[in-house]
Structures are given as structure tokens and as C-alpha cells.
Design a protein around this ligand. Structure first.
Ligand SMILES: Cc1cc2c(cc1C)N(C[C@H](O)[C@H](O)[C@H](O)COP(=O)(O)OP(=O)(O)OC[C@H]1O[C@@H](n3cnc4c(N)ncnc43)[C@H](O)[C@@H]1O)c1[nH]c(=O)[nH]c(=O)c1N2
Ligand SMILES: CC(C)CC(=O)C(=O)O
Ligand SMILES: [Mn+2]
Length: 485
């Protein structure tokens, strides 16, 4: 008898895909489980679910299932386990690392119909939502409570997707990332069983009870379980908000000012860096009239008296780094205009070259290393002659270089890949990480090995194999379970 270890991977994959007779048979079975209206097989729906907003190649699932409940998810996963069919969770498809693609076909499990806010405990500053609720929908729902959920990736992502990628955004510097804001998760495991990661009813502010399952499932990108519900921390909407814009003579001055502000302990709510290419793109796309120079957007949250004091300290610090101007934006409309432009940078960058594709890097380094890191990125963009625009959540040491590339120019694409690899390796050299918030998906699997080393990756493989022994949950993402080193 041949040992399974010696069967070539291609044969295993063929066998793997032969476990279900056809996409049609699969769809028929799934319709019996969740009803006709919740199963789609049309080419257009499958195509919509084959990719996210990144440049990564799309792969079409065999079937798209729209789950309406945790019970649906559990039954679908149990069925898929029995047939060895891949299950790829889908929130809103705004990911940037190809996480929702279906390289081995299978069932795309769309959670957007699980869109109920289940409870809001205003007095405890928490809420529980189904995975498909989007961050904007939650904030609209809780507006009258005086509370907000401030984690704000530019896109209106699903909260399940945000848990799954450990998302953050412009306000993480003040309120933390998803890792700090998820209190409990309901998760469907690879055999269809359902767990709560912080106790069956837990929503306490602190716990030292058992293993930290919550943070095992935050950032797992659908490879260990399907998140069906999340209990999240809420925060008070500040009494007063003050924003400011500060252009600088050069990139280094702007980043040095950021480091000084962070090291002074000033409780900034947002501190975002835009290089001059990015400011120029925002001016064009969002019809702004900002000085084209390396710029900081800042925001302070608090009471009327303390935000003014905070603003003044930031102004003095920026002036000590020779900022060209420091302009406060007090009116709500002006602030909204600035932050809307900030959230649209991805589209502003694409608009520079119609027909182009964008690739975003996402390194994060300790704050003291940030000036050298951003300078390094700038030098490399120039050396490799790329169209790169830098934007960053610099208060956290996290920034993105958006590279705009002609999808038909393979030589340019290679330079983009070279750049992304060089940048990630430099971030590791500076004690940082290859991804602050976008995750690994299909794009950064090799670099993850550099970040964690052999024993670290093997530990991840052990966890993956224990929780998903048939490798049906989002296979091919984060780690390649079949591949050795
Ligand atoms: C214009 C723009 C701007 C930004 C961003 C995107 C875009 C297009 N993003 C990236 C993106 O919005 C972020 O990764 C979201 O968390 C993705 O949420 P979706 O609901 O779209 O997940 P999406 O559907 O894209 O899925 C992402 C991954 O999570 C998995 N998944 C989804 N739902 C799941 C569930 N319920 N259970 C288990 N796994 C699940 C998927 O399988 C996939 O691997 C971002 N991000 C960020 O952190 N900071 C930022 O500033 C921005 N800014
Ligand atoms: C495309 C990316 C640059 C999106 C993002 O993470 C951001 O705008 O901060
Ligand atoms: Mn970002």
C-alpha cells in the first residue's frame, strides 16, 4: 500500500475536488440545507465573490451560499466537511490580500445577510452583532446612545471581516485595533460545532480565564473558523473634536514631528501622514486645495477645553519641525471633507492612471524606527522607478505605499513585487511586522515564514491541523498546510 505521504500533491488535489460530483450536485444539496433563495450559482454572482479589492488574481467558487443564521453556517460547514469541500467566508469583499479568492473552488459563504445588531449594552459600553453587520450600519444603529465603534478601515467592511483580518484604520492610535476591541466571538469550527471564545455568555472587560481563544480567532482570515457573532467594545462619542492639517518642507520633518508628538504622550485620536504624491492625488480626486507637500492630518477628541490645549501642543511641536503651516479645521463639514478624502486614497491613487491596478504595502515598525523606514521606502520607490504614494497611520508606526501599476506590464509588476519584498524585509530588520492591518491572505505567505521562523510557522501549522484537519476552511490562505520547508 502506498503511504499517503508519498502521493503527489496534484493527485491529492484532484481527489479532493472529486469528492463532490459537480457544482450542480453541490448546489442542489446546499439548497436542501438552506433553501433555494440562499444559494447562487450564476456566473455573475460567483464572479463577484471571486476576488476582493486587491490586485490578486480572482478564483471563482463553485457555489455562493448566503447564510441567514449561525445554524445555517453550522449545517453548511458540517456538510462541506463530509464532502471535503472548501468553505471560503465572505464579508463585503474589501480585503486587500486576496483572502476571499477560491483557488480550489468550493463554497463561498457570504455572511452579509447575517446583519442584525443583537444587543447594545450602553451602560457597559458593549454590543453584540452578527458577522455581516457593517461598521457604518453599527454606528448608525447606536448613534442615539452617544456611543460609537471607532475602528475605521477606509471601506465600509463587515464586522466579521474586520475581526477576521484584525483590521484597524485611522483611529487605532487612540482606540486600538480589532484585537483590543473584540470581547467575545461566536465561531463555527471546521466540524460545524459552535463555540464562544470568551465563555458562553462572557462580556466582561477583563478575563484571565483559560487560553485566549478570542485573539486566536481575530486575524485568522477564515482559516480556523467562521465568525458568526462578535461582542465588541464601544466608546463614547467625544464631546468635542478638533482636526488640523500641517504640511512640511520634507518627508523626514513630517515623520519626525509625528514621533515627537507620540513620544510626548499627547493623546491624539488620529495622526495620518500623506506624502506629496498622495496629497496631489487627493486634491485631484476629492477636489481639495491642499498644499502639495508631505502633510499630517491630525485629530483630537475630548472636551472643548482640553482639545484646544492638545491642538496647541501639537502645533508647537509641528512648528519646531518647521511645518510650513498649521491650520485647524473646526467646522464639521471641513473635517468630514478631509477624512472622506483620506478614506478615498485608494481610489484617488487609481485615478492617476486609468486602467491601472493598485498594490498596497502595509508594514508597521516601532515608532522610533519610522522616520528611517519611511525614508527607506521613499528611496526604494525612486530607485525602482515606481509610481508609489505613501499614506500612513503613522502614530502606530504603520504606513502603506500604494503602487500603481499597468496590469499588462510584467516587468513593472516584477519591480512592484521586488519593492514589496524589500520593504517587508527591512521592516522585519527594524523589529516590525510585514502587515499591520491588512493580513496575509495569499500575498504574504512567504514573508510570514521570514517573520516567524520555522518553529513559529510550525506552531501555526499545528494549530491549523488541529482545528481544521481536512483543510476545508479557506485553504491556501496564511499558511500552505501541504507544503514543507
Ligand atoms: C478603500 C479601502 C480602504 C481600506 C481597506 C480596504 C479598502 C478597499 N482595508 C481593508 C479591508 O477593508 C479590511 O481588511 C476589512 O477588514 C475586510 O472586511 P470585509 O468584510 O470586506 O472582509 P472580506 O470579505 O474582504 O474578507 C477578508 C478575509 O476575512 C475572511 N472573512 C470574512 N468574513 C469572515 C467571517 N465572518 N469569519 C471568518 N472569516 C471571515 C475572508 O475569508 C477573507 O480571508 C483596510 N483595512 C484596515 O485594516 N485598515 C484600513 O485603513 C483599511 N482601509
Ligand atoms: C489601500 C490601502 C492604502 C487602504 C488603507 O489601509 C488605508 O487607506 O489606510
Ligand atoms: Mn490603512
Amino acid at each position: 500500500m502506498i503511504k499517503s505521504r508519498s502521493i503527489p500533491i496534484s493527485n491529492i488535489l484532484r481527489k479532493f475536488t472529486q469528492r463532490y460530483a459537480s457544482s450542480q450536485a453541490l448546489a442542489t444539496d446546499l439548497k436542501n440545507i438552506v433553501g433555494n433563495d440562499n444559494v447562487a450559482t450564476t456566473a455573475s454572482v460567483r464572479e463577484q465573490h471571486s476576488h476582493d479589492e486587491s490586485y490578486h488574481a480572482g478564483h471563482v467558487p463553485d457555489v455562493v451560499v448566503f447564510a441567514q443564521s449561525t445554524d445555517h453556517v453550522s449545517k453548511i460547514v458540517k456538510y462541506c466537511a463530509s464532502k471535503r469541500v472548501p468553505v471560503i467566508p465572505f464579508g463585503t469583499g474589501t480585503g486587500l490580500e486576496g483572502g476571499v479568492t477560491a483557488p480550489k473552488g468550493g463554497v463561498c459563504l457570504d455572511l452579509s445577510r447575517m446583519d442584525k445588531v443583537l444587543s447594545v449594552n450602553a451602560e457597559d459600553f458593549d454590543c453584540t452583532v452578527q458577522a455581516g453587520v457593517t461598521r457604518n450600519a453599527l454606528n448608525t444603529y447606536i448613534r442615539d446612545t452617544g456611543l460609537q465603534f471607532p475602528i475605521d478601515p477606509g471601506a465600509n467592511a463587515s464586522l466579521g471581516g474586520m475581526c477576521a483580518t484584525s483590521a484597524s484604520g485611522t483611529m487605532a492610535v487612540r482606540y486600538g485595533t480589532m484585537r483590543e476591541n473584540v470581547m467575545n466571538l461566536e465561531v463555527v469550527l471546521a466540524d460545524g460545532s459552535i463555540i464562544k471564545t470568551a465563555g458562553l455568555k462572557g462580556r466582561s472587560r477583563k478575563t484571565s480565564s483559560g487560553y485566549n481563544l478570542t485573539n486566536l480567532f481575530v486575524g485568522q482570515e477564515g482559516t480556523l473558523g467562521i465568525i458568526t457573532e462578535a461582542t465588541l467594545k464601544l466608546h463614547a462619542i467625544p464631546e468635542a473634536v478638533l482636526a488640523a492639517v500641517a504640511p512640511f518642507k520634507d518627508l523626514r520633518a513630517a515623520v519626525n514631528a509625528t514621533v515627537a508628538i507620540m513620544q510626548s504622550g499627547l493623546p491624539v485620536a488620529r495622526i495620518e501622514f500623506l506624502d506629496e504624491n498622495m496629497v496631489d492625488a487627493c486634491n485631484r480626486f476629492s477636489k481639495l486645495n491642499l498644499d502639495v507637500a508631505p502633510t499630517l492630518f491630525l485629530e483630537f477628541h475630548g472636551s472643548n477645553s482640553n482639545i484646544e490645549a492638545q491642538g496647541r501642543i501639537a502645533e508647537e511641536t509641528c512648528k519646531s519641525f518647521e511645518c510650513l503651516k498649521f491650520t485647524f479645521a473646526t467646522e464639521t463639514d471641513r473635517r468630514n471633507e478631509l477624512w472622506k478624502a483620506r478614506h478615498n486614497v485608494w481610489y484617488a491613487a487609481h485615478a492617476l492612471r486609468p486602467g491601472s491596478k493598485g498594490y498596497s504595502t502595509d508594514v508597521c515598525v516601532p515608532i522610533s524606527a519610522l522616520p528611517d523606514m519611511i525614508q527607506f521606502a521613499d528611496n526604494e520607490v525612486k530607485r525602482l522607478q515606481l509610481l508609489g504614494l505613501t499614506i500612513g497611520h503613522v502614530g502606530d508606526g504603520n504606513f502603506h505605499v500604494i503602487l500603481i501599476v499597468d496590469p499588462n506590464d510584467f516587468e513593472e509588476i516584477k519591480r512592484v513585487h521586488d519593492f514589496a519584498t524589500i520593504l517587508a524585509k527591512e521592516a522585519l530588520r527594524m523589529n516590525g511586522t510585514i502587515t499591520g492591518e491588512h493580513g496575509i491572505g495569499v500575498g504574504k505567505k512567504q514573508l510570514l515564514i521570514d517573520e516567524f521562523g520555522l518553529h513559529g510557522i510550525n506552531t501555526m501549522k499545528i494549530i491549523k491541523k488541529a482545528l481544521d484537519p481536512l483543510n476545508i476552511l479557506n485553504p491556501g490562505k496564511i499558511i500552505d498546510i501541504e507544503k514543507g520547508f
